[in-house]
Design a protein around this ligand. Structure first.
Ligand SMILES: [Zn+2]
Ligand SMILES: [Zn+2]
Length: 80
């Protein structure tokens, strides 16, 4: 349908380009669950999702730091 702005990623249609622009932030990782990769439509929804699905409370605004998993350096046992 002409005049509608479609999201190329998830196919949602918006009448206003501005609405689509706001929606696109959804796909920018801003509202993506870092655990199960589920994309929520709003940050508040993500917070709720984190709490209800993963039992994680709001980690506190911006700058979510994923815990760096330091893997022990692998020692290759090449000298057989
Ligand atoms: Zn979309
Ligand atoms: Zn999740």
């Amino acid at each position: 349908m002409p005049g509608l702005y479609d999201c190329e990623i998830c196919g949602k249609s918006y009448k206003l380009k501005d609405s689509l622009s706001k929606h696109l932030s959804v796909h920018a990782g801003y509202t993506t669950c870092i655990i199960c990769s589920k994309v929520l439509s709003r940050k508040t929804h993500l917070d709720r999702h984190m709490m209800q699905t993963h039992g994680i409370l709001n980690v506190g605004g911006k700058g979510v730091t994923t815990t760096a998993v330091s893997k022990p350096s692998v020692i290759f046992n090449s000298l057989v």
